[in-house]
Design a binder for this molecule. Structure first.
Ligand SMILES: [Zn+2]
Length: 100
């Protein structure tokens, strides 16, 4: 089980949170001109890195706030927690993905 450090409540068990998928997914800037491949990438395709992965989580059974974490998919180590709209200081390596 993960121990997730909520930025508002502190470290809690994973069971208090819900996973919200990959962070930093942005809608195409001009939807009318986006190609099918750009829409497919936006809607369906997600990174599956071996290394740092940027994820959204919500503290469902706590403060109900959304936030981002940078988690190593090999060790499950959470290297950074940051608020929505912020960019991480942690950068992926060894196949880890960087946010857009
Ligand atoms: Zn919280």
């Amino acid at each position: 089980m993960l121990r997730i450090p909520c930025p508002w409540c502190g470290e809690r068990d994973e069971t208090e949170f819900q996973f919200g998928g990959e962070s930093h997914i942005s809608r195409p800037e001009n939807p009318a001109e986006a190609s099918d491949a750009e829409w497919a990438d936006y809607l369906f395709y997600r990174k599956n890195p071996m290394g740092i992965h940027y994820e959204r989580w919500v503290h469902s059974y706590g403060c109900r706030q959304w936030f981002n974490i940078a988690r190593d998919t090999l060790t499950h180590e959470i290297t950074e927690v940051y608020k929505m709209g912020e960019q991480p200081a942690t950068r992926g390596n060894n196949g880890g993905a960087n946010p857009a």
